[in-house]
Design a protein around this ligand. Structure first.
Ligand code: PMP
Length: 377
């Protein structure tokens, strides 16, 4: 198997899984129980929380709430802010290339709660420009959500510059989905009020996630009926999961420089190989995350090529979301102004620390063969 779909999910670190099993077997008390065993488990949870805040560089200003993943964290921010602060204003701004767990959640607030939800356009590289954001902010805006790194293209947003724009409006909060950036790049997150990500993108088990929030900001909880997680997420906490996420994040951050160097080498190698294929157009560039390379095919159907690669044991992604006519297409590439044919025929290759030069060689050989075998579209 050649796995080049690390933006979708990653193989957990073996050591993290071993510790997860050990904690599950040894530290199984309910962290809310008022006995010594419960207190001991609770202190492990606090250790995990501190570790996450330290690795994100926001120990003094933020708090961490463990949850099931980025989707839940994103839902918590939108609903939690909308329900608490609707009296301040009803305008919400979201990047037009956000993950559906942000976009759909935001639009549901428009549909169900009468919020005005406006999508912020991106430039041709897929980035939200601070000036564009500034021109859309007003006193009614209570929440702005812009991801750090796009999951389809790897486009990077300048969070510190965007945070500065948002904070010129004291009633507005700034959220960023870090799912594709955390542990994969150096970025100052301190200006962002809400940060969310999933553990399984950084080699922790699935079903683990975090919402990091500026400690002084209150918000409504999504889950009610218990005082766990500061009363912000009711329900017994998965302490082994929280420890596994914190451990995986720490390992990833410690190896970050080496992982980035590897991803850059593989990105460059793949880019050079793809430049020899006439019908390929690149949708990612070197200013983006080196962990994601997105390209479109001009003559072949990307979904057919991805399936043919999969039959050879090579795993990458094509876009699965459908447009109004039921055809698979990428709203992310469309927002960047790409041609509709390119939007419907993109392939995403995403690297992880286990990938090698040989993986990229094998991918390129297989792709070239498939393009000669499969009928053009
Ligand atoms: N945000 C981004 C940017 C993502 O890439 C993903 C996963 N595809 C999510 C949110 C949702 O993550 P999960 O499915 O783990 O909740």
């Amino acid at each position: 198997m050649i796995y080049l779909d690390n933006a979708a999910s990653t193989r957990p670190y073996r050591e993290v899984l071993e510790e997860y099993v050990r904690h599950s077997q040894e530290d199984f008390a309910n962290s809310n129980s008022k006995h010594y065993f419960g207190f001991a488990t609770h202190s492990l949870l606090e250790k995990a929380r501190k570790s996450v805040l330290t690795d994100l560089g926001v120990t003094d200003t933020h708090q961490a709430l463990f949850c099931s993943g980025a989707t839940e964290a994103n839902n918590t921010v939108f609903q939690g802010i909308a329900f608490r602060y609707a009296n301040r204003g009803k305008r919400i701004l979201v990047g037009s290339t956000e993950h559906p767990s942000v976009l759909v959640t935001a639009h549901s607030l428009a549909r169900l709660q009468g919020f005005e939800v406006v999508e912020i356009p991106v430039n041709a590289k897929g980035q939200v420009e601070p000036d564009t954001l500034a021109s859309m902010m007003d006193k009614q805006t209570i929440l702005v959500s812009i991801m750090a790194v796009n999951n389809e293209t790897g486009a990077i947003n300048d969070l510190p510059a965007l945070a500065q724009v948002v904070h010129q409006f004291p009633k507005a909060f700034f959220h960023s989905d870090l799912t594709q950036s955390v542990g994969k790049m150096e970025m100052d997150y301190s200006g962002v009020d809400f940060l969310s990500f999933s553990g399984h993108k950084i080699c922790a088990p699935k079903g683990t996630g975090v919402l990091v929030y500026r400690s002084k900001i209150g918000f409504e909880s999504l889950h009610r009926g218990g005082d766990q997680e500061f009363g912000l997420r009711a329900g017994t906490v998965d302490v082994p999961g929280a420890l596994a996420l914190a451990d995986a994040l720490h390992r990833t951050c410690q190896e970050r420089e080496a992982y980035i160097a590897l991803a850059k080498t593989l990105f460059q190698q793949l880019k050079e190989g793809l430049s020899q294929i006439e019908e390929v157009v690149l949708n990612s560039d070197e200013n983006g995350s080196p962990f994601v390379l997105n390209f479109s095919l001009r003559k072949h159907k990307a979904s057919v090529v991805v399936e043919a690669l999969s039959e050879r044991g090579i795993y990458v992604s094509s876009v699965s979301a459908c447009n109004s006519k039921g055809e698979p297409t990428s709203y992310v590439l469309a927002a960047m102004g790409k041609d509709p044919g390119d939007c419907a025929n993109s392939i995403r290759v995403s690297f992880g620390h286990e990938n090698t030069k040989e993986d990229v060689d094998a991918f390129l050989i297989a792709l070239k063969e498939i393009l000669t075998e499969v009928a053009p579209r």
